[in-house]
Design a protein around this ligand. Sequence first.
Ligand code: SF4
Length: 346
Amino acid sequence: MSPPLLEVEGLTTTFDTDGGTLTAVDGIDFSVDEGETVCIVGESGSGKTVATESITRLVREPPGRVAGTVRFKGRDLLAMPDDELREVRGDDIAHVFQNPQESMNHCYTVGWQIAEALRIHRDVSDDEARARAVDLLDRVGIANASARFDDYPHELSGGQKQRAMIAMALVGDPDLLIADEPTTALDVTVQAQILRLLDELQAEFGMGVLFVTHDLGVVAQIADRVVVMYAGKVMERGGVLDVFDRPAHPYTRRLLDCVPELGGDGGGIPGTLPDPRDPPDGCRFAPRCAHAERACRTDGQPEEIDVRPGQRVSCVHYRDGRDPSVLDEDPPGAEPDSNEVTSGDD
Ligand code: SF4
């Protein structure tokens, strides 16, 4: 079996703030294989964006500090000299961000920006760069690409801008595409088109995709595997069908309950994420978990346990000798609505 394309171990990202050290990502592990799509999902503030930005050291240091190991095709990106990392970024690994508006330079035409990215990454003439840029604009579905080459970003719709950003990400023919909420700012129809496009491009370019989203409906459409993050930690991971059909962690279950398209009630999860400067001593989800008990509040985040092949969960109810079926029903009166757990102790 070949090693993963991307292998992340013990990734920890902290920020020095006036109020103390903020731990955004706390010792997480995950991997992406060649040609697969892994979705990191969780609420805003769960650490998923910081985790993906830490991979290619996009986190500003200081005030940030990134530790752990990030192996990409066997090379540790966190230990790599800056000039080597610059070559990897945008060439072997490309990012697509949530807001194309902010990612584009509004003083230059869209086509020029793509052609310039090509000239940086490839030894090509101006004419070759222009021709390839038009090809890429065409490939990402921008109609009449040759004429749109000379449009400025403000002349494109939101969906067209995101398509252009995807074209720019493809200039280096990357092995890994990191896409951070790339469809969040788009309406539902355009979102579906962009997801379809990413799916097609992944097959065509043979890329691995690491996709960050808070939207489980999106995960259902594109993921092979899913990593559920909460407050800087991994709560559950597994194949998307397993996690969606048989979610094991109370947090995953509550997230799925929030999605009407997946049969949920569309409500939210009571309470808020813990302060990353002062996280709970035990399970990070305990202050919002209806099943929290004494064992949940000590000894750090529970160790991940296999619940079925490829699916792992961090919850005390899956420890040896326990019966996790108690999680199938909400204990009466144990619905916390704040960061304080008021019931459910053993
Ligand atoms: S039951 Fe305990 S360990 Fe499991 S998710 Fe709830 S608080 Fe965390």
